[in-house]
Design a protein around this ligand. Structure first.
Ligand SMILES: *[C@@H]1O[C@H](CO)[C@@H](O)[C@H](O)[C@H]1NC(C)=O
Ligand SMILES: *[C@@H]1O[C@H](CO)[C@@H](O)[C@H](O)[C@H]1NC(C)=O
Ligand SMILES: *[C@@H]1O[C@H](CO)[C@@H](O)[C@H](O)[C@H]1NC(C)=O
Ligand SMILES: *[C@@H]1O[C@H](CO)[C@@H](O)[C@H](O)[C@H]1NC(C)=O
Ligand SMILES: *[C@@H]1O[C@H](CO)[C@@H](O)[C@H](O)[C@H]1NC(C)=O
Ligand SMILES: *[C@@H]1O[C@H](CO)[C@@H](O)[C@H](O)[C@H]1NC(C)=O
Ligand SMILES: *[C@@H]1O[C@H](CO)[C@@H](O)[C@H](O)[C@H]1NC(C)=O
Ligand SMILES: *[C@@H]1O[C@H](CO)[C@@H](O)[C@H](O)[C@H]1NC(C)=O
Ligand SMILES: *[C@@H]1O[C@H](CO)[C@@H](O)[C@H](O)[C@H]1NC(C)=O
Ligand SMILES: *[C@@H]1O[C@H](CO)[C@@H](O)[C@H](O)[C@H]1NC(C)=O
Ligand SMILES: *[C@@H]1O[C@H](CO)[C@@H](O)[C@H](O)[C@H]1NC(C)=O
Ligand SMILES: CC(=O)N[C@H]1CO[C@H](CO)[C@@H](O)[C@@H]1O
Ligand SMILES: [Ca+2]
Ligand SMILES: [Ca+2]
Length: 592
């Protein structure tokens, strides 16, 4: 893909039509309107932590329903809810014991219908999280499989022991496959006298996708929710669906992290358990089912997949082809993965450039900076307040989907959770010495609504995870009330820009100087536009914008600045674009 680069004085990445971004060459031409899923911000709700309606310390569906105004105030048009299916909660809902029922802690099918219709009234789309790789060990299918009942006999991945350990008398697992959460991926079942596979915790037996009855049963569950009116699915952990039927040992990864133990997942190369070709066949069938609903009424039912594959090229395969579409998009984790050890204009620019370079023609990008498996963006980097606004601007204003993890709009931080309070199996599994390296609890603490008890999240004495202690300052109400700028107010301004034709159909030009101090991108449509400029170093930077970017007028209006922007530049003032001053680690958006 031809992305022209001008080395002096800035690296230039100029994107055009061929990238699949709608860029009408003739300004009078009417562009094709965006689809709802391209336009709308997708907000990830972690249901245990959103709002508790009944005082048990755990969030629930009625709680989510009581907070719908927040979505409207943010301009969020689609809500993705992490799993709310019936579950014994060994992996907090990612272990499902009934794919067509609601977990009583969250509510009932009735309260789901209530929430679903309340969202529809506000024209907010509802996306269910779907976890096809495994069920809970408390799913009736697993029980029937243990008992080798009829079609359920082969519903899970069963193998005989490799032998008996002569010292312990224990059966030896069939091979060296490790669980993602650490320890063998095999657990022995006394009753059936065989091992079952679980790529996650022992309470999450892998479904056997070699068995067509499994695919049938899972797609029937998908259909159940489509008939209930959901607008699509975020499909979890898809690369884990299929296993190589040789069941051979996986090789040790020569590039494993130095801290990895032989019982850690990261110790091996997952050539027999990860991203096998069958995954695409299954997902194509899933997509076909969605498309039948789309064709029936013209409202798109969507599929977003989570696939943590090692390269962007592999990830792009999840878009499928025009002949065989797969996902509407695979989640773009580059702002997390590529920017782990620190960020600057160079690696941020590379993330943007490479996504558009590698994305197949006609597809749509997406951006996110956090989720329930990764530390919060406000904590991953230096605790500079402006960084939250910078990342929200990248996510919301680059062309593509914007995915916001709850709390990002107010700059929530990771909480420091003690070993005693740790509940995430990824943390519990590795013990008190290493849990902080693995636990996902810090980014899952309850939402901060106000400065009341438990931030208005719950009236319980003890919430399921402790509250982050900064909630009296960092909360929705305080940021709304504030006479000063706040993350929430910045977020609202960013969200409003998405409603413009400049955002929808505008060009994209992104630039970063070689020293990485700055990053910027412009969006222009029919002579109108905006430009986002980010300073990633500890000194003030001054930019002559028209010298670097194309088609920038002499003057522009300050549209938004990051919280605490120094030197102070009032929003709404007109400034000369040849001398834009950006405070240390701050960002500014100009409109023209
Ligand atoms: C799942 O729950 C639904 C609704 O309560 C029930 O009708 C169905 O039988 C359950 N399915 C299984 C496999 O237990
Ligand atoms: C449904 O919502 C209404 C209010 O909108 C409430 O009165 C009712 O109790 C809810 N029902 C359930 C089952 O949640
Ligand atoms: C499995 O099912 C049998 C009867 O169908 C029941 O008695 C038993 O309690 C179930 N076991 C589990 C672990 O659910
Ligand atoms: C047998 O068990 C012992 C003690 O747990 C262990 O050290 C050894 O590696 C096991 N041998 C095999 C072949 O699994
Ligand atoms: C399974 O592994 C064998 C041996 O490495 C290989 O030949 C085969 O292609 C693999 N099958 C799949 C579906 O990946
Ligand atoms: C940008 O940050 C990355 C990751 O910390 C680092 O490897 C790279 O050298 C930095 N680039 C510049 C130009 O500072
Ligand atoms: C987290 O809490 C522990 C125990 O309360 C304390 O020792 C540690 O310094 C804290 N870490 C941070 C980063 O605050
Ligand atoms: C909460 O704690 C207070 C004071 O310890 C106690 O009086 C009250 O009963 C507790 N409430 C609940 C719901 O446990
Ligand atoms: C926000 O303002 C309202 C109305 O003035 C006030 O009641 C509330 O306590 C304020 N909340 C916070 C967190 O500042
Ligand atoms: C980085 O390069 C830009 C463009 O050449 C220059 O304006 C800026 O002062 C440099 N920043 C640093 C921190 O060296
Ligand atoms: C830019 O703004 C200055 C001061 O507000 C004004 O004098 C000048 O005419 C403007 N230039 C253009 C091209 O609008
Ligand atoms: C990003 C994501 O959702 N990851 C999930 C992958 O699947 C496991 C098991 O279902 C979950 O624990 C993770 O949260
Ligand atoms: Ca509750
Ligand atoms: Ca599997």
């Amino acid at each position: 893909m031809a992305a022209a680069r001008f080395i002096i004085p800035f690296l230039a990445l100029v994107f055009g039509l061929a990238l699949g971004i709608k860029l009408p060459q003739n300004p009078d031409e009417n562009p094709e309107p965006l689809k709802w899923w391209q336009q709308e911000i997708i907000y990830q709700v972690y249901p245990r932590s959103h709002q508790d309606s009944d005082g048990d310390g755990v969030g629930d569906l009625a709680g989510i329903q009581s907070r719908l105004d927040h979505f409207d105030e943010l301009g969020v048009g689609a809500v993705w809810i992490s799993p709310i299916y019936k579950s014994p909660m060994k992996d907090f809902g990612y272990d499902i014991s009934n794919f067509t029922d609601i977990e009583p802690q969250f509510g009932t099918l009735e309260s789901f219908k209530n929430l679903s219709s309340a969202l529809k009234e506000r024209n907010i789309k509802l996306i269910m999280d779907f976890v096809p790789n495994h069920s809970s060990d408390e799913h009736p299918w697993f029980n029937m499989s243990i008992n080798r009942e009829g079609i359920y006999d082969d519903f899970y991945v069963w193998k005989d022991p490799k032998g008996i350990n002569s010292t312990t008398g224990e059966p030896i697992p069939p091979n060296n496959w490790m669980s993602v959460f650490g320890g063998s991926a095999w657990t022995f079942n006394e009753q059936r006298q065989q091992f079952y596979l679980h790529q996650f915790v022992a309470g999450q037996p892998d479904l056997n996708y070699e068995n067509p009855e499994v695919t049938k049963a899972i797609l029937a569950a998908v259909k159940f929710w489509l008939d209930m009116g959901v607008d699509g699915f975020r499909v979890d952990a898809v690369p884990h669906l299929f296993e190589n039927q040789t069941f051979a040992d996986e090789p040790v990864d020569p590039n494993r992290p130095p801290t990895a133990l032989p019982t850690d997942w990261a110790y091996y190369q997952h050539i027999y358990t990860y991203n096998l070709p069958g995954v695409f066949d299954f997902l194509a069938r899933f997509r076909e089912l969605l498309d039948i609903y789309t064709w029936a009424d013209g409202i798109e039912r969507v599929m977003f997949v989570e696939a943590g594959v090692p390269t962007l090229d592999l990830l792009m395969e999840y878009y499928g082809t025009p002949e065989r579409p797969i996902a509407h998009f695979p989640f773009n984790f580059e702002f997390i993965n590529r920017v782990k050890s620190g960020f600057n204009g160079t690696n941020i620019g590379d993330v943007v450039d490479e996504w558009f370079t590698k994305m197949p023609e006609g597809q749509w990008a997406n951006w996110l900076v956090g989720n329930h498996d990764n530390g919060r963006v406000g904590s991953r980097f230096s605790p500079s307040a402006g960084i939250v606004d910078a990342f929200n601007a990248l996510v919301l204003l680059l062309p593509g989907n914007a995915v916001t993890y709850y709390g990002e709009e107010i700059g929530m931080q990771n909480a420091n959770i003690s070993w005693e309070d740790t509940v995430d199996p990824a943390g519990c599994q590795v013990g008190p010495d290493r849990y902080q390296q693995f636990s996902r609890d810090p980014e899952r603490t309850p939402m901060h609504w106000n400065d009341d008890q438990n931030a208005g999240f719950s009236t319980a004495n003890k919430t399921w995870l402790p509250m982050h202690p900064d909630y009296p300052e960092v909360n929705v109400e305080a940021q709304k009330n504030s006479t000063e700028n706040s993350h929430l107010k910045v977020y609202q301004l960013l969200s409003a820009l998405r409603q413009t034709d400049v955002w929808r159909y505008g060009s994209l030009e992104s630039q970063a100087p070689e020293n990485g101090s700055l990053f910027g991108f412009s969006r222009i449509y029919n002579g109108k536009g905006f430009i986002c400029l980010f300073n990633f170093v500890d000194e003030i930077q001054t930019i002559n914008v028209p010298q670097v970017f194309e088609n920038i007028p002499q003057n522009a209006t300050v549209y938004s600045t990051s919280v605490g922007f120094q030197p102070e530049t009032a929003v709404g003032t007109t400034i000369g674009t040849d001398n834009v001053v950006i405070g240390a680690r701050h960002s500014i958006i100009l409109e023209f």
